[in-house]
Design a protein around this ligand. Structure first.
Ligand SMILES: [Zn+2]
Ligand SMILES: [Zn+2]
Length: 407
C-alpha cells in the first residue's frame, strides 16, 4: 500500500495542478467553463459542449477519468470478486492504455546501444533480452532498472526468469551460471512459456509445448457434452473452430522442429475428438474413426491450411497412417455404419450402436467381449464362420438396422 500512495502522489498531482492553474489563468474558476461564464446552470465542468482553458470539457473529462481510481472485479463464471482498486499502471481495459504504455517505453531500445550483442524483444508488457554473454545481460539489466526507476517504474523480480539455451540440449548449467542484479537473484529455469509457446533449454525441442496444447485441446473436447448428438458435419466444424486452434497454436513457428512423436501426439487430438463424436470407445483403433467420419488426418489438414513445408518427419507420419489404413479388415467397409449414413444426422440416438458394434454381438456365438473377429466367431443364425460385420450379409438375418438398434 505504501507503493500505492507513493504512486498516487507522483502520478496524479503533477498533472492535476497545472490543469487547475491553467483554468484559473484563463479567467475562469476551475469549476466553471468558458461557455458557461455567468450562467452556472448552462454549462459546468461536466458539460460536453463547453471549452475550458485550452481543453475541451470532453478532453478534461477524459483526463479526469484516466487519473481517477480504477475499480476492478474478477469473474470466474460463477461469482464476482469484491472490487479491487487498481492503484498503479495504466488503466486495465482502458482504450488509451496501450498508447500510454507505448509512450512511456518508446525509447527503451536506446538504452541498449552500448550492448550490440544484446537483442531486445518487446511485446506489450513482456520484455525479453537475448545475448550469448551472461555479463552483458547483467549489465544491461542494471541499466534497464535505472532507466525504469527514472520513470517511477519497477522491474518485478519475481516474474523475471533467465533461461540458458544449450547446444542441442547438451551440457548442464555451470556453477558459474548465476545472475544477481542489484542484489536480487534471478532464477534460472529449464523451460519458459513466452507468448503461449513453451520453450525448452535445448531451443529446438517443443515436446513440452505439444504436450501442453494436446492436454488443453483434449480438455476442450471433454467439455463438449453434446458432441455425440451433433450431426457429424457440425462436429467437424466445431473441431476446426474450437479445438484445432488450441492444439495448433504456434504451429507455423515450431513446425520444422517437431518430431514424429510430437506429430503423432498432435494427431491424437483429432482421433479422440472423432471417437467422442462417433460414440466410439477411446480404445478403438483411430484409423476406423477416420474412415467412419470420412475425414482427413489432422496433420494433413494443418499442413495444407498453413502451407507448412513437407519434411521427412511429416512424410513418415503420412506413410505410417496410410499403412494403418491399408491394414483395415475389408469387411469393415461393409459394416452398418459404413453402409448406413443416417447416424451422421443430428440427435441420432442409436449412433453408438451402429458405429461401435456393427451388431456383431447379436449374431456371434462367442460370449466374451471382442472387437474383431477370430476363427471362433460363428453365427447363431446361419452357423457359418463370420467376419465382424456379418450382420448385413447373413442370409438368415431378417432384422433391419433400425430394428437391431431398438433391441
Ligand atoms: Zn465374434
Ligand atoms: Zn449368419
Amino acid at each position: 500500500m505504501d507503493q500505492f500512495h507513493e504512486g498516487v502522489k507522483r502520478v496524479h498531482l503533477p498533472l492535476a495542478i497545472p490543469l487547475d492553474r491553467q483554468l484559473v489563468a484563463r479567467g475562469g474558476s476551475p469549476n466553471s467553463g468558458k461557455m458557461g461564464k455567468g450562467d452556472p446552470n448552462r454549462s459546468g465542468p461536466n458539460s460536453r459542449e463547453g471549452v475550458t482553458g485550452r481543453f475541451f470539457v470532453g478532453e478534461l473529462n477524459l483526463l479526469a477519468e484516466m487519473l481517477d481510481a480504477n475499480l476492478l472485479t474478477v469473474r470466474d463464471g460463477i461469482s464476482v470478486s469484491e472490487s479491487i482498486v487498481q492503484s498503479n499502471g495504466v488503466k486495465q481495459g482502458g482504450s488509451m492504455s496501450p498508447f500510454l504504455f507505448i509512450f512511456a517505453l518508446s525509447d527503451i531500445n536506446s538504452i541498449f546501444v552500448d550492448f550490440p550483442d544484446v537483442k531486445i524483444i518487446l511485446y506489450a508488457d513482456d520484455m525479453v533480452l537475448l545475448s550469448s554473454s551472461l555479463d552483458d545481460i547483467r549489465r544491461s539489466l542494471e541499466l534497464l532498472i535505472d532507466c525504469l526507476a527514472f520513470r517511477d517504474l519497477e522491474l518485478n523480480f519475481n516474474k523475471c526468469k533467465i533461461m540458458k539455451f544449450r547446444n542441442k540440449g547438451r551440457g548442464r548449467l555451470a556453477k558459474s551460471d548465476t545472475l544477481i542484479v542489484k542484489n536480487e537473484p534471478i532464477e534460472f529455469v529449464s523451460e519458459f512459456t513466452y507468448l503461449g509457446v513453451v520453450f525448452q533449454s535445448s531451443g529446438i525441442s517443443f515436446s513440452k509445448h505439444i504436450a501442453k496444447k494436446v492436454r488443453a485441446a483434449i480438455l476442450a473436447t471433454a467439455a463438449l457434452k453434446s458432441l455425440p448428438k451433433s450431426s457429424l458435419s457440425t462436429a467437424l466444424k466445431i473441431f476446426d473452430l474450437a479445438v484445432a486452434p488450441i492444439a495448433s497454436y504456434g504451429i507455423q513457428v515450431i513446425w520444422p522442429y517437431l518430431t514424429l512423436h510430437d506429430l503423432n501426439k498432435l494427431e491424437t487430438v483429432k482421433s479422440r475428438f472423432l471417437k467422442k463424436a462417433l460414440c466410439l470407445s477411446k480404445f478403438m483403433k483411430s484409423r476406423l474413426a477416420y474412415e467412419l467420419a470420412d475425414s482427413e488426418f489432422f496433420m494433413e489438414k494443418l499442413a495444407s491450411q498453413f502451407s507448412l513445408p513437407e519434411s521427412p518427419t511429416f512424410d513418415k507420419l503420412i506413410d505410417n497412417q496410410l499403412f494403418k489404413i491399408s491394414e483395415i479388415d475389408p469387411a469393415f467397409y461393409g459394416a452398418p455404419a459404413m453402409v448406413e449414413q443416417s447416424w451422421k444426422n443430428v440427435c441420432y440416438t442409436m449412433r453408438h450402436a451402429l458405429t461401435r458394434h456393427g451388431f456383431h454381438f447379436l449374431l456371434c456365438k462367442r460370449k466374451i467381449y471382442h472387437t474383431s473377429a477370430t476363427k471362433e466367431c460363428v453365427c447363431k443364425l446361419c452357423d457359418k464362420e463370420i467376419d465382424f460385420y456379418h450382420f448385413l450379409s447373413c442370409d438368415k438375418n431378417d432384422l433391419s438396422l433400425s430394428q437391431a438398434a431398438n433391441l
